[in-house]
Ligand binder design. Structure first.
Ligand SMILES: Nc1ncnc2c1ncn2[C@@H]1O[C@H](COP(=O)(O)OP(=O)(O)OP(=O)(O)O)[C@@H](O)[C@H]1O
Length: 260
């Protein structure tokens, strides 16, 4: 376990790291004022500090939209989101960005990194935004942890897709935000690299971070302690992690039982 990284803020007893209530997102349809696409419908959930949760469901069921609304990257049409008990919905864009910089991290398949910054600078960025810079040793340690010491000075376009993903992992390992959102973090990786990413996410949760991961990979989903199953914009069920077969069955059952 990395011992020199920043620790996530200790949440007050009983306050979830992330919570949403009655969250909905309706995309307007051009030219049809009264109609829209309901991508997320009345979702309520809470993630405890140190929990690892995955979100599964058939393509188009609303996983990425829910993640984006929870992460403050999209505005829900209705409902509330709170991080460490502080409401993020309804904040000014500036205040929301500040709260995100302080407490939220991202591991996305694409658009992960600031293109003009080196791997090292990308890892250091959350600390700069929080005005609590990480030490050079902390950044180096995180890059070493993901096997990228030799690439520290390279720009994102000089790295492979898998290496860019690892820089994003190093960034959250170093800054340890209260909540990490991971969208298909293993999709473009070979089996060994995917297993390593899941190990690092689990390492984060052991240090107190709440991780929410969207994935189509049942084996990856089953690494989480809790698997939420979505269909047609709703979270329709949950199961404990550990059994990829049970996750596949739950997704198939959701698809068979519902749909838009
Ligand atoms: N910008 C948008 N405008 C209109 N409809 C959208 C928009 N983005 C998503 N949708 C619709 O919202 C629904 C949910 O999409 P979303 O991308 O959240 O699903 P998903 O479960 O993440 O799918 P996938 O697994 O294929 O990535 C889909 O019906 C999609 O067509």
């Amino acid at each position: 376990m990395n011992t020199t990284s920043a620790s996530p803020p200790s949440p007050s007893a009983g306050v979830p790291a992330l919570e949403c209530r009655n969250l909905s997102r309706v995309y307007p349809l051009p030219g049809r004022r009264r109609q829209g696409v309901t991508a997320v419908s009345s979702v309520s959930l809470a993630l405890a500090a140190g929990s690892f949760t995955s979100l599964v469901g058939a393509s188009g069921c609303g996983k990425s939209t829910l993640l984006a609304c929870l992460a403050g990257l999209d505005r829900p049409t209705q409902g509330t989101v709170s991080v460490l008990g502080r409401r993020t919905t309804g904040l000014s864009p500036r205040a929301a960005a500040r709260l995100r910089a302080e407490h939220v991290g991202f591991v996305f398949q694409e658009d992960n990194l600031v293109t003009a910054l080196s791997a090292r600078e990308n890892v250091a960025l959350p600390g700069r935004l929080r005005r609590r810079p990480l030490s050079r040793a902390q950044v180096s340690e995180a890059l070493a942890r993901v096997g990228l010491s030799a690439q520290a000075s390279q720009l994102p376009h000089e790295l492979s897709g898998g290496e860019r993903q690892r820089v994003a992992i190093a960034r959250v390992l170093a800054s340890r935000p209260a909540v990490v959102f991971a969208d298909e973090p293993t999709a473009a990786l070979d089996a060994g690299a995917a297993a390593a990413v899941l190990d690092w996410l689990a390492e984060l949760t052991a240090a107190g971070t709440a991780v929410l991961m969207v994935t189509h990979d049942a084996a990856a989903a089953a690494r989480a302690g809790r698997v939420l199953v979505m269909d047609a914009g709703r979270v329709i069920g949950q199961l404990p992690g550990g059994d990829p077969g049970a996750v596949s069955d739950a997704v198939l059952a959701a698809r068979a039982g519902g749909g838009r």
